[in-house]
Design a protein around this ligand. Structure first.
Ligand code: PEP
Length: 246
């Protein structure tokens, strides 16, 4: 089933979350052939969990820390997220990589902790503009995935991967569906190369300036198994249109 995920980033207070979810749920209640995921900030997880109970919309987090507990001021563990009904965690978003200095090594630790705890990660990968212009897109994506999955080769079916070119995020300038198709096919081959027993159960999502007008074009492409949506997920009507686009 295709996964349509909302990454709210640092937006929405708990009361705004309540208002959003109350509007959003009736708009998507008939959707059966798509998995829908909301990833609010940590401070809204509690209220979102309460409101999503009984619906098929899932709850995700935008980040986590890999240690189970202890002196890590400001961090949130996977057990804390699990208790709030979180079933997905975004790991390695480009904003975490480039604004907060997350290294491939840290991303690998976070993936390790998620996978060993039975939490499904959405690993974000993607090239920056200068890398794209230098023809390095596939190399960058491959390196990010290989490093993220280092010593986790047997888990290739237990995560989803979001291909998010950094230059397309929040820019209003999405990649073309044809380019996305090419990178996604490469990622799928790569997973089979990393794990000879790969069963093809990990979805490859596209993210980067998705909106209700272009969502259907991406979802039409073979190998595009979902979308990760930032800006356009902040309005419940707009996001519901993306969820329902074909
Ligand atoms: C994102 O941040 O994951 C994202 C895809 O953002 P936007 O949809 O705003 O480009």
């Amino acid at each position: 089933m295709k996964l349509i995920a909302a990454n709210w980033k640092m937006n929405m207070t708990p009361s705004q979350t309540r208002e959003y979810v109350e509007k959003f749920l009736p708009l998507v209640e008939m959707v059966q052939d798509r998995e829908v995921l909301l990833c609010p900030p940590f401070t809204s997880l509690c209220v979102a969990q309460e409101l999503l109970r009984g619906s098929s919309v899932k709850l995700g987090a935008q980040n986590c820390y890999h240690e189970p507990k202890g002196a890590f001021t400001g961090e949130v563990s996977i057990d804390m997220l699990k208790e709030l009904g979180v079933s997905y965690v975004i790991v390695g978003h480009s904003e975490r990589r480039w604004l907060f200095g997350e290294s491939d090594e840290l991303i690998n630790k976070k993936l390790t902790a998620c996978l060993k705890a039975g939490m499904r990660p959405i690993l974000c990968v993607g090239e920056r503009l200068e890398e794209r212009e230098a023809g390095l897109t596939l190399k960058v994506v491959e390196t990010q995935i290989r490093l993220a999955l280092s010593c986790l080769e047997e888990y290739t079916d237990s995560l989803d991967i979001a291909y998010e070119p950094v230059w397309a995020i929040g820019s209003g300038n999405p990649a073309t569906p044809e380019d996305v198709q090419l990178v996604h096919a490469y990622i799928k081959d790569l997973l089979r190369d990393i794990n000879a027993k790969h069963r093809g159960e990990s979805r490859v999502l596209y993210g980067g300036s998705v909106n209700p007008t272009n969502a259907g074009d991406f979802l039409h492409m073979e190998n595009v198994e979902g979308l990760l949506v930032g800006g356009a997920s902040l309005n419940p009507e707009t996001f519901s249109q993306i969820v329902k686009s074909y």
